[in-house]
Design a protein around this ligand. Structure first.
Ligand code: SF4
Length: 372
């Protein structure tokens, strides 16, 4: 684990409003002053980043950067192109760009394709998986519907399109409780994340009965292999090692909804990635945050460290999503080279059956209506 927060303010994205040379790119990268962005990284990658930026502009590509991307990849996206998977997919749908490069894993790109069926959606590595999405599919939804006839199925956005297509409504970690409450009846089936389901069950106690895979049934569910790694004893050790005592006014321990229930209960604040980011921003605004640890993907903390340089963030860089880590700048440059040369894009393109797109769009649209 290592600290951040001892560096001056820096920009975390390149300036896209002007033509840049390779030297300009290097200068901008050096100005970031990020502790995990060494001069070696900058010297080795500046040329590739310059090429990506040039071809991105030439072909009017929207480059979506998920919050869990490593800083060099994250910084390829403009500010409005950075965020979580649903927010990015919604943003991309509003643009005129014919090509989307989604710097994330394929289930995220599928959501972009569902919302932008006429655009070409590309990913750096189609083999990049996700322990949540890979271990749950349409058949698993059908089985739960048989077990609990009449109960609506609410599916977490971290799932593939085929599973969404079988579900009634979608949710994110930011709106799950609100969406569940908006559904008819006493019971809701939540899939596929088991820890998230348990956390939601606790949150909705007395309001809604939450059933999920593994709760009094043998249905298959899944967990996020990254958030699963944090245990209660880890959090207690982190509090002690990094001097983040409970209730401290300026030192906070954050946890994501996908963590284990006892980890959530120990955290000073829990929420979705966007809620955690908003809480940090609000505290920074009022000078109420000097140190933070986030029980989530390591690169989220790296990116936050760039955005909030006055906060000392501690990270657990052994907790890295191996799937997200497959997205590297050399692979992103390969996509743009293929596009520029007019080559076949099959290796990068995320495609979906039009019927699946139509069916999977409904639960997303219902969620958006219920969110208003
Ligand atoms: S962090 Fe990795 S394993 Fe966890 S939900 Fe995201 S992509 Fe899946």
């Amino acid at each position: 684990m290592h600290p951040t927060g001892t560096v001056p303010p820096a920009e975390n994205v390149l300036n896209y409003s002007m033509e840049l040379t390779v030297d300009d790119v290097k200068n901008e990268l050096y100005k970031r002053h990020h502790p995990s962005l060494t001069s070696l990284d900058i010297e080795v990658h500046a040329k590739t980043i310059h090429k990506i930026r040039t071809l991105k502009q030439k072909h009017n590509v929207v480059m979506l950067g998920h919050n869990y991307m490593e800083p060099l990849v994250f910084g390829l996206s403009e500010k409005e192109e950075q965020g979580d998977s649903l927010g990015l997919s919604m943003f991309a749908a509003k643009t005129e760009a014919p090509y989307l490069i989604f710097n994330g894993v394929p289930f995220m790109a599928e959501t972009a394709k569902i919302l932008s069926p006429d655009k070409t959606v590309l990913v750096a590595d189609k083999t990049a998986g996700c322990s949540l999405a890979d271990n749950f599919g349409a058949e698993d939804v059908r089985k739960l519907k048989e077990l609990y006839p009449g109960a609506p199925v609410m599916i977490y956005v971290n799932s593939y399109a085929d599973a969404k297509a079988e579900s009634d409504i979608c949710c994110t970690s930011a709106n799950a409780a609100h969406i569940a409450k908006s559904m008819p009846g006493d019971t809701i089936i939540f899939v596929p994340d088991i820890f998230f389901a348990q956390n939601l069950e606790e949150e909705l106690k007395g309001v809604k009965n939450v059933v999920y895979p593994g709760k009094d049934n043998t249905a298959r569910g899944a967990v996020c292999e990254v958030h699963e790694r944090f245990t209660l004893s880890d959090l207690l050790a982190i509090r002690e090692s990094f001097e983040i005592p409970k209730e401290h006014p300026k030192r906070k321990l954050y946890a994501h909804w996908e963590c284990r229930p006892d980890v959530l209960q120990e955290a000073d604040y829990y929420g979705s990635t966007s809620q955690i980011m908003k809480d940090i921003a609000a505290r920074v605004d009022k000078d109420r945050l000097e140190r933070a640890f986030i029980a989530s993907e390591c690169e989220l903390t790296s990116n936050l460290a760039q955005e909030f340089p006055k906060v000392q963030f501690w990270t657990a860089c052994s907790v890295r999503c191996s799937h997200m880590a497959k997205v590297r700048i050399d692979k992103i440059a390969d996509i743009l080279d293929a596009l520029d040369n007019g080559d076949d894009l099959t290796d990068y393109e995320v495609t979906l059956d039009p019927e699946v797109i139509d069916k999977a769009r409904l639960p997303i649209e219902r969620m958006l209506e219920a969110s208003i």
